[in-house]
Design a protein around this ligand. Structure first.
Ligand code: MN
Length: 739
């Protein structure tokens, strides 16, 4: 087992000012809580956090990272929670441990291979600090190195994930060494047979390859020396198995045909002109393959890798590759981000870590951003360069179905968006949602990693209110189209009823009327409408008066003969009569199906509540506006008597909540507001808003907004307020204030 003191020594060497006591405390804490736990190999669990910490120390990371390496599995695998970590180690380490724990959860959840791209994005989205990635990579590296005790299926699954997610991240961060090791280990565990076959094939050639490499090396050294080109080292390497395997498979080549099976690498002192000097020497010795020269120094790769690559034809006619780079370039090619960090630090001298971290963060952002490219514009990419946080994917959250499928949504999305993202049918019949097993309101904002379960019912329908809680255009469009469809359905129905009513007045058989489709269609066309249904909808919307439709149906002569109004002496009087007949309680009174119903709206002027006497007014384009019968505006509306319609409250088990504002006058003494709000909550009524002030007459004025179901409920609330000692009077404020 690696000893903690060895790790501390490494950190002290790289960072003389590091607070190594922190590492010691983290070690003791980890040892205490992982006590008794074993790895699959039978070794004490502590071996793993120690190894991870050691890898991080090798990467020359700071004491905070190394300590987090020691603690990284504590929350995931022991009873310790984040609050405890916070108490012992403070905010920074807590944040890092939290990030790692969350990533561990994603890995457990995602079962579908094809979602690799999304999982990778999600992992990145969750990273709020560069060090989280580095620690995660160290964790994965050690697990990959020590997986021989796991079952083959599990090994393959973890390896596939490594190949899909972690190796690309390592590559992107320029960490060539980590990436290579992760890839080769993954290859070995996913395709053990192919790995063995290829490995044997390479091994059998190794003596010959080594001999070739040695000859190449000595030729290069000799020529560099003769030409006085400075160099630090000339290395030889055989291509790694995984990348060799990929190449053989992709290009359908044999080993002999692979250009870069062996490669020589020249490391020069830190000036790039040394690289070009060396290149000219190489091209002098051997003939280059023209299209195989690449200058990654002049144009670095996306992950900041720099090197010259050239393929040349060797003595036996076999091609091989030569890579040329400076020491610094080489270090960066191997260590990637970690190297940048170290370089930045040495450049900054003894500056505090903040600044070097800042530099590093910018580098990492540059490296990782293309990985999380989105179709949406990145207009505020400048904005998120703030503090230590690396919110790489600020616009999206990644959530799961209970089956582990990933659903990608914009930030601020709710379970309603989620439901529509699964299927529009699911959205349209959504009645509730569970997040991580718990029932939540549909307006809840989803968080990264949430497992969302949508509950549906065939009777559930979208609600207009949903529009306030959705973030995707898909959900919005679907809800709107559902509303429009519903609105039209309602208006067609209402139009029919209104026309029926009018027909009865004229003693016209409604059966006959509606059967006469040709005639109704003709009338519809006269109004510029296509189908009979459109005509009904137009009547329902209040755009077309049923009386006029009837006039067209009957023709002028018949119409005036049958018109009940003409039978009376006074036209005005008859008008009133007609209205009375219309309002007079018929069996066909139209019910108000509740506030949500799209064709009925509550009048703002009187805000009628369930249980009060009401009357409807057909308003152009708005459908029926429901007023309190005693509302002063109703009198004025009576002028358009044709538009007044009888309405009733729908009887429904569903309780509709409605906000009502009340205004209480009280004696001016302390505690009045509290007294009133207590009285209201005592009868289990929600208070939406309450405020108090003092009038000029030294009276207390208290305004409360309460949520009530109906008139009875409201009366109860008013009574309870009146009973509070010190209350002089309670009044309802009828005019709803616009918000
Ligand atoms: Mn671990």
């Amino acid at each position: 087992m690696i000893r903690i003191e060895d790790i501390i020594e490494k950190v002290e060497q790289n960072r003389p000012q590091a607070d190594v006591e922190l590492i010691r405390r983290a070690y003791l804490f980890s040892a205490l809580h992982h006590r008794g736990q074993k790895r699959a190999s039978g070794e004490p669990y502590l071996v793993h956090p120690l190894a991870v910490a050691d890898i991080l120390a090798e990467m020359r990371l700071d004491e905070v990272s190394v300590s987090t390496g020691l603690l990284h599995d504590v929350v995931e695998d022991t009873l310790v929670d984040l609050d405890t970590i916070n108490d012992y180690f403070g905010e920074e380490i807590t944040r890092l441990v939290d990030g790692l724990t969350k990533i561990a959860h994603i890995s457990n959840l995602s079962k579908e291979k094809q979602q690799a791209e999304n999982v990778r994005k999600m992992v990145l989205a969750m990273i709020t600090d560069v060090r989280v990635v580095l620690i995660k990579l160290a964790d994965r590296l050690h697990n990959m190195r020590t997986m021989e005790f796991l079952k083959p299926e599990k090994r393959a699954r973890i390896s596939q994930e490594t190949l899909d997610i972690y190796a690309p991240i390592a590559h992107r961060l320029g960490m060539g060494k980590v990436r290579s090791e992760l890839e080769d280990l993954s290859f070995k565990n996913i395709h053990p047979e192919e790995y063995n076959k290829l490995s044997k094939e390479v091994e059998s050639r190794r003596p010959e390859l080594e001999k070739k490499l040695e000859k190449i090396r000595s030729t290069i050294i000799k020529n560099l020396e003769e030409n006085e080109v400075p160099f630090v080292e000339v290395q030889g390497r055989v291509k790694r198995l995984y990348s060799l395997w990929k190449k053989l498979k992709k290009r359908k080549l044999t080993i002999e045909q692979v250009y870069d099976l062996i490669a020589a690498r020249i490391i020069t002192p830190n000036q790039r002109r040394n690289c070009y000097l060396a290149l000219s020497v190489i091209h002098d010795i051997w003939t280059p393959v023209p299209e195989r020269f690449k200058d990654w120094i002049a144009i670095p790769r996306d992950n900041l890798y720099q090197s010259l690559h050239t393929s040349v034809i060797g003595d036996g006619g076999q091609a091989f590759e030569v890579q040329i780079r400076t020491e610094e370039m080489h270090y960066i090619a191997e260590e990637g981000v970690a190297a940048h960090w170290k370089y930045k630090e040495s450049n900054l001298g003894r500056q505090e870590d903040d600044e070097s971290l800042d530099e590093l963060r910018k580098t990492v952002e540059k490296l990782l951003l293309p990985l999380v490219e989105t179709t949406e514009s990145n207009e505020d990419s400048e904005d998120f360069i703030e503090s230590l946080k690396l919110d790489l994917y600020p616009k999206d959250v990644y959530t799961f179905t209970p089956m582990g499928k990933i659903i990608e949504l914009p930030k601020g999305a709710s379970p309603i968006d989620f439901a529509y993202a699964i299927h529009s049918e699911v959205g349209d019949t959504c009645k509730g949602a569970k997040i991580n097993g718990r029932i939540v309101p549909l307006r809840t904002k989803l968080q990264n990693g949430d497992v969302v379960e949508i509950m549906t019912s065939p009777n559930s329908t979208p609600s207009r209110d949903w529009l306030n809680h959705v973030a995707t255009s898909r959900a919005r469009t679907r809800i709107r189209s559902w509303i429009a469809k519903q609105q039209r359905k309602d208006s067609v129905e209402l139009g029919r009823k209104l026309l029926e009513k009018e027909a009865k007045k004229f003693n016209v058989s409604t059966k006959k009327l509606f059967k006469d489709e040709v005639e109704i269609k003709r009338i519809a066309n006269e109004y510029g409408l296509g189908r009979p249904e459109d005509l009904m909808a137009s009547i329902g919307y209040g755009k077309t008066l049923p009386r006029n439709v009837l006039a067209k149906y009957l023709g002028p002569d018949k119409f005036s003969k049958l018109d009940p109004d003409n039978k009376k002496d006074s036209r005005i009087e008859s008008g009133v009569k007609a209205v009375k007949k219309l309002i007079g309680l018929g069996d066909d009174a139209i019910l108000v199906k509740g506030v949500d119903n799209l064709l009925t709206t509550r009048a703002r002027c009187c805000n009628p509540i369930k249980g009060e006497e009401i009357v409807g007014y057909i308003s152009l384009g708005k459908g029926i506006v429901v007023h309190n019968k005693r509302c002063k505006n109703v009198k004025q509306l009576m002028v358009n008597k044709d538009r007044i319609i009888d309405v009733e409250w729908a009887t429904s088990d569903k309780k509709e909540i409605q906000s009502v504002q009340l205004f209480a006058k009280t004696e001016d003494r302390t505690g009045m507001l509290a007294g009133i709000t207590n009285a209201i909550s005592d009868i289990k009524t929600n208070i939406r808003d309450a405020r108090a002030r003092v009038s000029n007459e030294d009276e207390g004025l208290i305004e409360v907004t309460v949520e009530v179901f109906d008139k009875k409920h409201l009366d109860k609330v008013v009574k309870s307020i009146k009973n509070v000692s010190g209350v002089i009077d309670v009044e309802r404020i009828n005019n709803l204030k616009k918000k």
